[in-house]
Write a protein that binds this ligand. Structure first.
Ligand SMILES: Cc1cc2nc3c(=O)[nH]c(=O)nc-3n(C[C@H](O)[C@H](O)[C@H](O)COP(=O)(O)OP(=O)(O)OC[C@H]3O[C@@H](n4cnc5c(N)ncnc54)[C@H](O)[C@@H]3O)c2cc1C
Length: 394
């Protein structure tokens, strides 16, 4: 075990994944999480074969299987007509192509699986109620000061502190993330409440003008995850109440009865306002670097934000192991390897947001292209699903 610890700001999916990956390389890590408990919100998350491969390397994939759901297909349908435009099969051919399956999982199950694995490693210390307020670098030492008065020193600091990352402000200093004007409503309900069951074993997306809806089951099929998103027109016009529940109803009023019906499964109590950032070319300063949403936050349209965070973790650990204690060299190599892949996710996700939300002639074109697609080839995600090997080997 190496002598000096590595500090990690944030114990979300990205922070825990990198902690585990570093521990596998014999590094001592301390994860500082501002919340009173390590945890995640109670909704679903999609996981492609690229991240299944990474979770396997972290030794947690098998333990996640009992609570995962493996849909039989990815479906894209038109929200106005409910016409099924494309169906990507997730069976044998998909597995042959990518070696790993696509699955969906409750965020708490994924985070819980990583947390359990972290707790089993003696190299990892997990500290909750530890909000990092500031850090300083002197020579090859990083000192971190927490809100609760605690101070820690380490050989390096990894900012895995999310979309509003304070670490990013110290390293990159580019202010608040970009607000997309998209608003998300979610709801997880018992499976037996679901009335329209024709696509029950699939992950279905309905795209419509300035809206889309996503549905898939979680926890062994016992609950249904429902997500309704709108690209707020009020936001674009600079009006008040952008993305409010009445705008959700208004935009969905044009959709097919089967889609409108699904709206009853999403809660109006809270919504999520989507943000991303333009990609940058440097997120490292000395022995401090960023990971996950802190480094490259993305809109959810390729469902890859958390997956990129996990991939980041494995690549970072590989570079640390190869750099023999030179953290700056390791972090620069890590960022070089992650920069274009994560930037492509950010920029492609913007495009697929448009693709889901178009109207008029663009919708006609989208639908024609979607109908013509090869059911065995998820081309928009193929480059992602083929995955990476953190040590550069394929
Ligand atoms: C609607 C929606 C759907 C999505 N669907 C998918 C999907 O299907 N698949 C997918 O891969 N991704 C998806 N994502 C993206 C995914 O949720 C994020 O990319 C992912 O959670 C980022 O993980 P992270 O660990 O980088 O950041 P976070 O999960 O934000 O974790 C950051 C952690 O840092 C802590 N923290 C913050 N500040 C401090 C501080 N000063 N000191 C200490 N701790 C601090 C926070 O409390 C938090 O625990 C979706 C996102 C949205 C909004």
């Amino acid at each position: 075990m190496s002598e000096r610890q590595i500090l990690i700001a944030g114990g979300g999916i990205g922070g825990l994944a990198v902690a585990l990956a570093l521990a596998q390389k014999g590094r001592r890590v301390r994860v500082l999480e501002k919340a009173a408990e390590f945890g995640e919100i109670g909704y679903g998350i999609q996981m492609g074969p690229n991240v299944a491969r990474m979770l396997d390397r972290l030794g947690v994939l098998r333990s996640l299987e009992p609570t995962s759901v493996f849909p039989e297909a990815l479906i894209f349908a038109d929200a106005i007509t409910n016409e099924e435009l494309s169906r990507i099969a997730l069976g044998k051919r998909f597995l042959e192509r990518y070696q790993y399956r696509y699955f969906v999982i409750h965020r708490r199950d994924l985070h819980g699986g990583l947390l359990e694995a972290c707790r089993r490693r003696e190299e990892i210390v997990l500290e909750s109620s530890s909000e990092i307020k500031k850090f300083t670098q002197q020579g090859d030492t990083v000192s971190v000061h927490c809100e609760n008065g605690a101070q820690y020193e380490g050989a390096a600091l990894i900012g895995a502190d999310g979309l509003w990352s304070p670490t990013r402000q110290a390293v990159v200093g580019d202010g608040a993330p970009r607000m997309a004007g998209h608003y998300v409503y979610r709801g997880v309900v018992p499976d037996e409440q679901i009335v329209e069951r024709s696509r029950i074993n699939t992950m279905t997306i309905w795209g419509g003008p300035d809206l889309h809806m996503v549905q898939y089951r979680l926890r062994g099929g016992t609950v249904m995850n429902n997500v309704a998103t709108i690209a707020s027109r009020r936001f674009r016009r600079g009006e008040n109440d952008a993305g409010a529940p009445d705008e959700l109803e208004q935009l969905f009023s044009r959709t097919h009865a089967a889609v409108r019906d699904n709206l009853r499964y999403v809660s109006r109590e809270r919504n999520w306002v989507l943000h991303d950032r333009d990609p940058v070319t440097n997120w490292t300063d000395g022995c401090v670097t960023l990971l996950g949403d802190a480094a490259h936050p993305t809109l959810q349209y390729l469902a890859q934000g958390a997956q990129m965070a996990i991939e980041d973790g494995l690549v970072l650990a590989e570079k640390v192991a190869a750099a023999g204690g030179d953290y700056n060299r390791a972090f620069l190599a890590y960022q070089r390897e992650r920069m274009n892949r994560s930037a492509r996710v950010v920029l492609s996700s913007r495009f697929f947001g448009e693709w889901f939300h178009v109207d008029g002639g663009a919708r006609e074109l989208r639908n024609e292209l979607a109908r013509a697609r090869d059911p065995e080839n998820p081309w928009e995600a193929d480059w992602l699903y083929r995955g990476i090997e953190p040590d550069g080997r394929l």
